[in-house]
Design a protein around this ligand. Structure first.
Ligand SMILES: [Mg+2]
Length: 435
């Protein structure tokens, strides 16, 4: 396997949120928590006592990307590469190894095993009512809302319940939170009204770097953001001429389904979906909604003049952006994992945004994002294994690329048989057992 070079690709695509645009995680976390819990109290008659204590540093420490919820038992889990339960909490209370054994004999739970074999199988259908992971910054606070509701119910009941019916209420709360502004959705309106509280302006070097790529290659954006949200956040974070960065823009893409299904594309009129369109009708620089990879790649083929252009996709959601496209052999991927910033070898080069977000990214309770401590030292986490198998390289942010030429070589995963961490750049994550 050769080295990774951006110059080897004809088309380079990007996810938007937490890839190009970064958020103030602390503010976002509080907003999501407040909106979901207010809905549960007002519309689902949850006892306000469950959520009335102000969030403290322990609560922030509880939240971490990549955890799993066991809806039935009211537990939050971290998993090994094989899908075995590594750490677990019931509500916010840590479970001992013997408690874990009681819930999950031999640390196994079938939904986790199925998930570890193919995470996309668990994304929809019957498994999705049993297990759910939180794979990005917007979803991560769901685990705390769920856990606090479990704590409150246990307290009211004087002990654990046989079964918890919280997730369907939370789904209604999430749906309400993300409703369009015209329908009363508060998430988008809050971000639109107070962008500086939630959204970081994009580093101009990153924007210049995308422009530089576009001079010799085709660039595309595929984001799950709705048209309204896309417009609001990009105008603020990237500037008014952000559309000129990309040869085509796909919003409301509904990943991972975008990569695996044949959903139609729609044109947009006043930020609303207008007519179905197919790839031969696409116009360069336009924004389309929903759609699918096959038609996007037809368009990329047309504009590059190559029957099979070599495509790269860069994103932070390890399930939607990394696993889904690579598993289906559609394109290569680069994983953005800002956990690398806090699991770095030393803490001396810390920027202001990171200081603000550091205790959201770090979790003393759950430990390293990349390594699990085990009796024999350490082993890969579930997500570290996904990164190594399905991405070429893993970087904390796009700034890593900006001062390098496009043909700069990077060692990629699988290239060095003596170093299975060689695809992490600019450094390998700190192993907690090698302090
Ligand atoms: Mg993202």
């Amino acid at each position: 396997m050769g080295e990774f070079r951006l110059s080897n690709y004809d088309c380079i695509g990007f996810d938007l949120d937490s890839t190009i645009i970064h958020y103030n995680k602390r503010s976002l976390f509080h907003l999501v928590y407040d909106l979901l819990t207010s809905f549960l109290v007002a519309k689902k008659n949850y006892n306000p006592k469950y959520f009335d204590e102000p969030l403290n540093s322990k609560d922030l420490d509880f939240v971490r990307k990549g955890l799993f919820m066991d809806f039935h038992n009211g537990n939050i889990l971290s998993l090994t590469t094989e899908g075995k339960v590594h750490h677990a909490c019931h509500g916010t209370k840590v479970l001992s190894p013997s408690d874990i054994e009681e819930y999950y004999p031999n640390k196994e739970w079938e939904p986790c095993s199925i998930f570890s074999r193919d995470p996309l199988v668990a994304w929809n259908g019957s498994l999705s009512v049993k297990i759910r992971t939180v794979a990005n910054v917007f979803d991560a606070p769901f685990t705390l809302v769920f856990a606090k509701a479990v704590d409150g119910m246990d307290q009211e009941n004087g002990g654990k319940l046989d079964k918890y019916n919280i997730w369907s209420d939370m789904q209604d709360a999430i749906y309400d939170m993300y409703a369009r502004e015209q329908s009363g959705g508060k998430f988008y309106s809050e971000l639109r009204n107070n962008p500086s509280q939630y959204i970081y302006k994009c580093n101009p070097e990153v924007l210049n770097w995308i422009r530089k790529i576009k001079q010799s290659k085709k660039t595309f954006l595929v984001t799950g953001a709705t048209p309204e949200f896309l417009e609001g956040t990009t105008n603020y974070a990237l500037g008014q001429d952000w559309r000129s960065l990309f040869d085509i823009i796909v919003c409301y893409a509904k990943k991972p389904g975008f990569f695996t299904s044949d959903r139609s594309f729609y044109s947009l009129k006043n930020n609303l979906e207008d007519e179905k369109v197919s790839s031969h009708q696409f116009r360069s620089g336009e924004i389309y909604s929903q759609g699918n990879w096959n038609e996007l790649s037809e368009f990329l083929s047309n504009i590059t003049g190559k029957s099979q252009p070599k495509c790269l996709y860069v994103g932070d959601d390890l399930l939607q952006d990394i696993y889904a496209p690579k598993k289906h052999e559609l394109c290569d991927t680069v994983a953005i994992s800002d956990e690398l910033l806090v699991d770095r070898p030393s803490h001396d080069s810390c920027d202001t945004n990171l200081k603000n977000d550091e205790n959201i990214l770090v979790s003393k309770l759950w430990g390293s994002f990349f390594f699990l401590k085990s009796s024999s030292g350490s082993k890969d986490s579930f997500w570290s294994n996904i990164i190594k198998k399905y991405s070429k390289i893993c970087i904390p942010n796009l700034e890593i690329f900006t001062n390098k030429p496009l043909d700069e070589p990077f060692k990629c995963f699988g290239q060095d048989s003596n170093d299975d961490l060689c695809g992490f750049h600019p450094y390998t994550p700190r192993n907690p057992t090698h302090q």
